[in-house]
Design a protein around this ligand. Structure first.
Ligand code: HEC
Ligand code: HEC
Length: 279
């Protein structure tokens, strides 16, 4: 009885702590850690972001299907999203469809955001509204082919809030919105092979850092992270240091993931341990 009472009291404390976090605080946490929005939307020539210009437009991609720049997502009315409705921003994040019904380039991992809970999505929008408006017009997108979009398996609909109490399910949720498996799964005929090659890496990322190639995240004992300790996995995610001590290159947003809570990081690792071993 006493145990149950203590447990209940602890749960109540946890529940009130979660409630005490305002929507803007929750949104700030998500955007600046797990979601890594600024990793694309803030201007940066490595190493550091340009002070005062956060979220005002960032990286560019020139690929066969499109030439696009991560847009200005500050509340500036003319060059940012200040005149968008909340519903318009939410629809863009979950589906990649702009208010003018244009499907944006799949560089933005919206196929990983359909799983976002309503609470988290509202929190993200509430936070974006508090950003300092920055005037900066990014070049208009050029689309050379019809847009394609792939939804991550299991992320087709918002996660029920109740599932968040389960560590592995929460880890799946967080790793999904962190789009880990987008970068860590190879392409097969133009689509990511989540079915048979989930987490096997081998995807190339050219950039100012040269070329980095994503590595295997499966639980395979030798080619994956099956033989790593939790601490080694967390160090790689948050500090960009591999098991052998080698420094890992961008574009993985280590410095964003570094600010995740210990509990959230634990949940991500718990889910990674369930990714089936593959060569
Ligand atoms: C991997 C890079 C990347 C990440 C991560 C990313 N975005 Fe984007 N985002 C883009 C690109 C590129 C575009 C422009 C695509 C286009 O023009 O077709 C875009 C477009 C947008 C737009 C449409 C703006 C407009 O004016 O059309 C919004 C809003 C947006 N992103 C918000 C976010 C938010 C919020 C996050 C974090 C949850 C986020 N993005 C994460 C790359 C990214
Ligand atoms: C934007 C692409 C991208 C995203 C998103 C991303 N990664 Fe990575 N990750 C990489 C690349 C590329 C490397 C290899 C870097 C290098 O070799 O220098 C890497 C390396 C790693 C490593 C080190 C593996 C080794 O063998 O050293 C781990 C662990 C890892 N990522 C886990 C994750 C997890 C967990 C997430 C989500 C929370 C994630 N990554 C999100 C691109 C990404």
């Amino acid at each position: 009885m006493i145990r149950w009472g203590t447990c209940l009291a602890a749960m109540l404390v946890l529940a009130s702590a979660a409630n005490a976090q305002t929507a803007v605080e929750r949104g700030s946490y998500l955007v600046n850690t797990v979601l890594t929005c600024g990793n694309c939307h803030s201007p940066k020539g490595p190493p550091a972001a340009i002070a005062g210009k956060d979220f005002s437009g960032g990286l560019s991609w020139d690929e066969p299907p499109f030439k696009v720049t991560a847009t200005n997502i500050t509340p500036d009315k003319e060059t940012g999203i200040g005149s968008w409705s909340d519903a318009g921003i939410k629809k863009l994040i979950r589906t990649g469809v702009r208010p003018d019904e244009v499907q944006i380039a799949a560089i933005m991992p919206t196929g990983f955001y359909e799983i976002m809970t309503d609470r988290d999505l509202n929190a993200v929008v509430a936070y974006l509204r508090t950003l300092k408006p920055v005037k900066n017009k990014v070049p208009d997108p050029v689309y050379k082919m019809a847009a394609s979009r792939q939804v991550f398996p299991g992320a087709e609909k918002p996660m029920p809030q109740a599932a968040m109490g389960d560590k592995v399910k929460r880890g799946f949720y967080l790793a999904t919105i962190a789009h880990c498996m987008e970068c860590h799964t190879p392409m097969e005929k133009g689509v990511r092979d989540f079915k048979t090659k989930l987490g096997t890496g081998g995807f190339d990322f050219p950039g100012p850092w040269g070329v980095s190639t994503s590595r295997t995240l499966t639980s395979h004992k030798t080619t994956g992270i099956g033989g790593w300790t939790d601490a080694e996995i967390k160090r790689a995610i948050t500090q960009g240091v591999s098991k052998d001590g080698g420094k890992l290159k961008p574009p993985m947003g280590y410095e964003y993931y570094a600010k995740m809570t210990a509990a959230d990081l634990d949940a991500v690792v718990a889910w990674l341990r369930t990714v089936p071993a593959k060569e």
